[in-house]
Ligand binder design. Structure first.
Ligand SMILES: [Zn+2]
Length: 312
């Protein structure tokens, strides 16, 4: 089975004492543990709020450099995915395929030229906003004024479509979400979010959004962040409930996994790190999903999305 995880923040845990190969027991995911378990891992270069606005580019470039240095160091174990062709080896579990995303459109500093620069540096996905407002659109904490994409944001969407970069709408405001769907020529991803109907958090998608994402042939990565799953103690069952619900609303082709490993301190019971990921597939099996549908949710849907979007 091909397993693809649409989002993790493990790159941020790399420091002088640790490598992406082995981040130690306090982390949720590293190359060592993902090997033979995950076929393709998306690593986010997340630009923390403390760097915004003026240090965003610096921070983004520094994290891109950390990623490139780490995958060079472990080049016999990992393979960067830059083109459609790079996905042809994805069945091979002895190699961890990795795709670099930037979480925070602030990295562009409002300059469309820099989109090409980060593309050249190997970035193939951008989370257009985090929770705040930026030059592209409003994040989910900035929803009151109901602003969609800015003129610059429209340019970014069009140029990402042209370059073959994946647009990630996790964290964007509802107005921003709808505005992107209006302007994009390609499917989009929501790399890590859940269903608003089951857990009314501003980061989760309502039914209309899930349906629209499905019509766009996009994929929602159901995430393990406790606050986006439900109240009180949560476990694998709650993740399965959100998968179930998203499938009911949008169909089985629009649902995937976006763990947010190392992006949260509070994971569901039983999903403590990447070694437990297979339990999702087991849970779906117990719930009566067909083998084909389990494969779609665990990775085939994201594979279809990346195969559609990435450049030749
Ligand atoms: Zn995030």
């Amino acid at each position: 089975m091909i397993i693809i995880d649409g989002h993790c923040d493990s790159l941020l845990k790399v420091n002088q004492e640790s490598s992406l190969y082995d981040l130690g027991g306090n982390s949720h995911l590293d190359i060592k543990r993902a090997l033979n378990r995950v076929n393709l891992q998306i690593f986010a270069a997340y630009i923390d709020s403390s760097f915004k606005p003026y240090q965003s580019l610096h921070r983004g470039l520094a994290l891109i450099e950390v990623f490139q240095q780490e995958i060079e160091k472990y080049s016999s174990l990992v393979k960067p995915v830059l083109t459609k062709k790079d996905l042809l080896t994805i069945q091979n579990k002895d190699i961890l395929h990795v795709l670099l995303a930037v979480e925070g459109g602030e990295i562009l500093c409002g300059d469309i030229l820099l989109l090409n620069t980060i593309f050249r540096l190997g970035v193939r996905c951008i989370g257009l906003t985090w929770n705040q407002r930026n030059e592209i659109a409003d994040g989910c904490s900035e929803s009151a004024t109901q602003g969609g994409l800015t003129e610059f944001g429209i340019k970014v969407v069009k140029e990402m479509n042209k370059l073959g970069m994946v647009i990630d709408l996790a964290h964007i405001s509802p107005a921003g979400f709808w505005s992107v769907l209006e302007h994009t020529q390609s499917p989009v991803m929501v790399s890590h979010a859940n269903c608003h109907q089951l857990c009314p958090h501003r980061r989760n998608l309502d039914d209309a959004q899930i349906k629209a994402l499905s019509q766009n042939h996009g994929v929602l990565g159901i995430t393990f962040v406790k606050d986006f799953l439900g109240e009180g103690e949560v476990g694998i069952e709650d993740v399965l409930k959100h998968i179930d619900y998203a499938v009911t609303i949008g169909g089985v082709d629009c649902v995937g996994i976006g763990s947010d490993f190392d992006g949260t301190d509070s994971l569901p019971k039983g999903l403590e790190d990447v070694t437990k990921l297979y339990l999702i597939a087991e849970g779906l099996d117990k719930r009566g999903y067909t083998g084909e549908d389990i494969e779609k949710i665990m990775g085939r849907n994201f594979l279809r999305l990346f195969t559609t979007i990435l450049p030749e």
